[in-house]
Design a protein around this ligand. Sequence first.
Ligand SMILES: Cc1ncc(COP(=O)(O)O)c(C=O)c1O
Length: 436
Amino acid sequence: MNDQSQIPNDLDSFWMPFTASRWFKSNPRLIGSADGVHYTTMDGHKLIDGTGGLWCCNAGHNHPRIVAAIQAQAATLDFAHSFNQGHAIAFQAASRLTELAHGFDHVFFTNSGSEAVDTALKIALAYHTANGEGERRLLVGRQKAYHGINFGGLSVGGIGLNKGQFGTLYPSTAHMRHTLLPENAFTRGQPQNGAYLAEDLAGIIETYGGHTIAAVIVEPVAGAGGVFPPPVGYLERLRELCDQHGILMILDEVITGFGRFGTAFASQHYGVTPDLFTVAKGLTNATVPMGGVFASSKVREAFLKGPDAMPDLFHGYTYSGHPLACAAALATLDVYRDEGIFENATAMDPVWEEMLHSVQDAPGVIDVRNAGILGAVQLQSGETVGAAGRAMFEKLWDLGLSVRPIGDSLAMSPPLTLSEGDIAQIGEVLNKGLRG
Ligand SMILES: Cc1ncc(COP(=O)(O)O)c(C=O)c1O
């Protein structure tokens, strides 16, 4: 359906991320503009952005207040670094953020979720070093986890396809089983069954010794592995085991942060407090790349024991606290507050759940999962895993809805500004695609 005159060149020079480039080029889907919960392709096809960018445009696209803040900052202070010098807006952004993150008084800025995860893992290792427990080097992750694509995040991640090309990564890891259980199919929200899977951590502790483990990292709701919420009691049990054995608990909130559960962070929704947590994406509404790691005072204070003239942490990015990103973050937080975006997510949650589960008897649907304004519809796999998901992605795109195929699951994470009418429209297209 693409108008060939709209294609800018032979599409060969941009090496696209996580893309089957030959498949992409066979029918290039090129987005030209965005507004609110919609995208318009270069050839004029209008779509509901069912994935909120890539789980990140929580306040909808092209919000005028965020646009204006970035423009103004670019004309005032385009860039200054933060290595032993500073600029006001980074401190302002950090203070606004820590107000949202009850009990977390410190935030380290990065440029992406992947960098946030690697930073959090390094902080965990360095924390134990600072406390004289340098033998704690084991990092525990989980099957099907996605923690970005840098060395640390990939090491604790649990999606085999993402690791297979690269061989040995961080050498000291262990993985718990994932929590996607077939018997929980079609559960609305958190499944009742599955907390026992947290005992995998007890097993790892028994095998390696709790004193060798630096940190456990999980996503509160697994996202890029296929969207599945934690069984009731699961996160609580991980927390308990971490407390018993001096292990730091890291929650990766790169997808779940900034209102997707009606609270600022999913940890507040689930009532489980980590020692460190990572964010990105919705932090700036995805307008300027930015990530961050929140640290409790317990963690931060361990780094203040050395000489005054010594850096607290031998780690940082040229763009940590980039002024444009900080301006975008401050404006985004204003929008979230002033326009009741998190409150809208809470109000839409039951409507969203109802709509998603309306497809459960459609042909080929073997599971529907939802958590906050996140969801996935899982299709029966054919001979080639992923083929059904990709075919449905193409069909839904043509019908006017973008979803994210993950294997044969169709993941959705629309902007949190969505209305009941938008949800009804998503439901209409989804049903048409799946039943048509
Ligand atoms: C839970 C989680 N962590 C980390 C990342 C990596 O973020 P980025 O793509 O910004 O590096 C993602 C990306 O989707 C994610 O879902």
